[in-house]
Design a protein around this ligand. Structure first.
Ligand SMILES: Nc1nc2c(ncn2[C@@H]2O[C@H](COP(=O)(O)OP(=O)(O)OP(=O)(O)O)[C@@H](O)[C@H]2O)c(=O)[nH]1
Ligand SMILES: [Mg+2]
Length: 439
């Protein structure tokens, strides 16, 4: 919670996660950003929007903290619309912490709240609310389709439609008043014309409402489960796909006991790939029986079952809804079947493509299309729909202009609150508090 007097303070936060990397990034935003840059780098007249190299020194002790690139942006030509300093030190969390502490020495500066940079960008008119909320989706999307969608929202594709709709609602209100002015002198108002305009508006809102998709469903990673007899080569196959020795492999049947989940990146996005304990004919011990039970439980949840068979077993029949794959193709191949080798990597590209096709193929986003996942935006659309429906009903029963105008005003306000042209502190708080720090 920010107190009123802290609202306009200069804020700072790391933009990269805590952890080791080649380069980390921090951002400072607010009216004091320039003074901070000048002090930390002992440099006057920093050229805005130009990468500079410098040695960052602690403002009090003058201790040399790091040598790094930094960029100063002068507001409003920055992400937040305020003066902004971006720092790119070496990616050691100790350095990041030292820089953070050095900057927090300035009494004019405090740590940024989650999402506060984006919130400031919104408050300064750099982004509307739909765009601001989509920044999070651009960062967190796990599939190419979801990422493409988030980028379209960020570029204002949905906002543009909403603004057009709000405009046509406004011109409808104007029409209402105009017709009424005329009506005093001439014939009755043009109820049929009003109805047609309203139906048009209602249809447009309905189209956007129908584009809502549950965020959890959109972000759910497809689940592929590898199963098969003990020693079939399941764990080896997953290691080969990941190109790292993640899972324990041995020639002892029953090496994998618990199922193990890894993330695999395919062209269409990430998937969950699960290695299971081998499923033999009859369990040889109680532990064996428990392992098999667990394997079967996760198999039941799979979007795709990958049945891995040792070709020494001979050809088997594929069950429905599963991908049959033969392992150890370096030893033996089964004709006309998908054969892979974890040793020579034969068939792995083909398997990867098949997985992508089965788990991501239909999820490509058609041009110009987009969906929305924001519950808030959905509720606004519903409120707008409710208003249009009540207005249509009034036209049938009691077409009093004041009542109609009242409903139309509700529709317009609901539409404007989607993009945040009308917004409250509560709404902003709930949107931006979901963000992580530094965004
Ligand atoms: N030649 C050859 N051997 C392989 C290949 N893949 C796995 N193996 C061998 O087969 C044995 C079993 O491999 P794992 O990957 O542990 O098999 P698994 O299916 O996970 O076995 P469990 O976990 O016990 O069910 C090991 O000795 C591997 O080295 C392959 O592509 N070619
Ligand atoms: Mg195994």
């Amino acid at each position: 919670m920010i107190f009123e007097q802290e609202k306009n303070m200069t804020i700072v936060a790391p933009m990269t996660p805590a952890g080791v990397s080649a380069i980390a990034a921090l951002r400072v935003s607010g009216s004091f950003a320039k003074r901070i840059a000048e002090t930390l780098f002992e440099q006057k007249n920093i050229t805005p929007r130009k990468a500079c190299y410098g040695i960052l020194k602690h403002p009090n002790t003058r201790k040399n903290i790091d040598s790094l690139l930094y960029i100063f942006f002068n507001g409003p030509s920055s992400f937040t619309g305020e003066d902004t300093l971006e720092l790119f030190p070496h990616g050691n969390p100790l350095i990041v912490r030292e820089i953070l502490q050095a900057i927090l020495q300035f009494p004019e500066v405090r740590l940024a709240e989650p999402g506060e940079f984006t919130k400031r960008a919104f408050l300064n008119g750099k982004l509307d609310l739909v765009q601001a909320a989509s920044v999070g989706d651009v960062i967190h999307s796990t599939s190419m389709a979801a990422l493409e969608n988030a980028k379209r929202l960020l570029s204002g594709q949905f906002s543009k439609h909403v603004q057009e709709l709000a405009k046509s609602v406004l011109s409808f209100s104007a029409l209402l008043e105009l017709d009424v002015d005329f009506a005093e002198e001439e014939a009755d108002p043009d109820f049929a014309g009003w109805e047609n305009r309203l139906i048009e508006i209602k249809e447009k809102i309905s189209v956007f409402h129908s584009r809502f998709k549950n965020a959890a469903a959109v972000n759910r990673l497809p689940l592929a489960v590898v199963y098969g007899a003990p020693n079939a080569g399941k764990s080896s196959l997953i290691n080969a796909l990941l190109e790292e020795e993640r899972l324990l492999v041995s020639n002892v049947a029953g090496t994998t006991r618990d199922f193990v989940e890894v993330r695999l990146v395919l062209p269409g996005g990430e998937i969950r790939l699960v290695d299971t304990a081998g499923i033999g004919n009859t369990p040889v011990s109680e532990l064996d029986a428990l392992s098999m039970e667990k394997s079967k439980a996760i198999l039941a949840e799979a979007d795709l079952k990958i049945h891995l068979v040792d070709p020494a077993e001979g050809k088997v029949n594929a069950s429905e809804n599963e991908l049959l794959v033969y392992s150890k193709s370096d030893v033996l191949k089964i004709e006309n079947e998908l054969c892979v080798s974890s040793k020579t990597r034969e068939g792995l590209d083909e398997l990867r493509n098949l997985l992508n096709e089965k788990l991501y193929a239909e999820k490509e986003l058609p041009a110009e299309d987009f969906w929305i996942t924001s519950e808030r935006e959905r509720l606004c659309l519903e409120e707008a729909l409710g208003g249009v429906e009540r207005a249509l009903e009034l036209l049938q029963t009691n077409p009093a202009v004041e009542l109609l105008a009242f409903e139309i005003q509700i529709v317009r306000r609901a539409l404007l609150s989607i993009t945040g042209e009308i917004s409250s502190e509560d709404v902003l708080q709930s949107i931006f508090s979901d963000f992580c720090i530094g965004k």
